[in-house]
Write a protein that binds this ligand. Sequence first.
Ligand code: ADQ
Length: 486
Amino acid sequence: SIKPLAAKLNSRLVVVSNRGSCTFVDSPQGIKAVPSVSGLVSAVEPVVSQEGGTWVAWGGRCGREGEFAGISVPMPENGQKYVFQEVLLTPEEVTLYYEGFNNGCLWPLCHNFVEKSVFNEEEWQAYRKVNEKYAAVLFKCAGPRDLFWVHDYHLAILPAYIRRQRPYSRVSLFWHIPFPPAEIFAVMPWAEEMLKGMLEAELIGFHSRKYVRNFLHSAEEIAGAEVDYSNETVYWSGRQLKAVAAPIGINWLDFEKLAGEGEVVRKAAQIRQEAGGEYLLLGVDRLDYTKGILERLRAIEWLLENYPQYRNRLTFLQIAVPSRTGTAAYQRLKRRIEEAVGRINGKYTENYRVPVKYLFRSLSKPDLVAHYLAADMALVTPLKDGLNLVAKEYVASNAGDVGVLLLSPFAGAAGQLKEALTANPYNPREMAARIVQGLEMPVAEKKRRLAALSKVIREQDIHWWWRKVRQSWFGDAARGKVAVSP
Ligand code: ADQ
């Protein structure tokens, strides 16, 4: 365990992101906090809890024009580890900034789905305005020595707005999704301005070296900055920005502990029994087109068609967490997934036993771990994914058991989890063959692969990640040797 960085530097940590650890809902009994589900929250929450400080994020509630900051709540509710400072968006900002620019332009672009990206000037202006609004909230709740740790593509140009008023602020950005090749990023009409905003940070973190390279190329080619590739540093406007590859880790001990609890083990046995059949395959994702759920279902269909010996012996359980449910493209995808589930089950149900089970809901952590524990194999096969935490969580939950991980080479985690089976999610034939390989794998090989995967997940866990970020950010100061100048 490491001492809080902020205390060492005589400052406070201020984490800034679009969504925080919970969403606030107005109810007749007052404002209720509902935990939110996302990779960013799973990863950042343990760090903020350890460090203390403030988490500034949109709580899902709307305010009127000119109303910026909402409530400040100590978190977790009964034992303050940090303060959640809510940001309010207007309904128009939710439409233009959140659903429009973030979900409709940046998200698909960064996942290489250029044709899905919508470029709309009004949405870009809303994006700028909301980034500026966040800066105003920060200035209200943070002192001049505080450390601003900004997260993700929603707030890419916030460093510029921070610097405009507080030129000496310590600002770092972490990018949780892929950073696309420069020729893809350049397609966005505001690529140059966005990059210049990002270049105002002093450190930018990505999940892989590939994303770091893509970003450096973009900084050079699109923003015209000077780049030192060997030191992964950008020189811009008289200052330096360091880029670092720091793949996010998980708090593996939480998963291992839960997987050993009697209640969770019982629940896992019950899930297996109710699923029926010999083999249980599992998919767990936010319902998003980048996660490859539809393609995974096609692979299952291919398998049942071409390997008839597995019919009636195999169950595929897909858990999809509701996500961006207000957006038409996500509603369409949900319908298509449900159609595919119906089609496959209509065709391959035997003796009233369905091969595909599908849940559209969020689960509690113990329930999620019970599902990981119950499954013989996890199918983590996104079409593109910044990292993917589910892959790591599955391995950690099965550390004391056996299990097989099938991972897409297009998930950032593939760079770390070399002992996983891999298959191209766009190729149902290859996916089916790998699934069969996983099911027939000798137990000794399953254990060997799982042990190698566990080793990486334990060594490069959430604390390792935060250490890597803070050392890249503060160098010796993070180790307590040098004082940080204001
Ligand atoms: P996400 O796209 O949200 O994250 P991912 O990394 O897989 O994707 O994280 C999902 C998280 O949600 C996991 O921690 C998982 O436990 C949780 N979860 C999933 N299904 C659940 C369910 N039914 N009930 C409860 N919890 C559930 C983004 C990027 C990723 C990157 C992360 C972190 O898109 O590529 O790995 O941020 O940087």
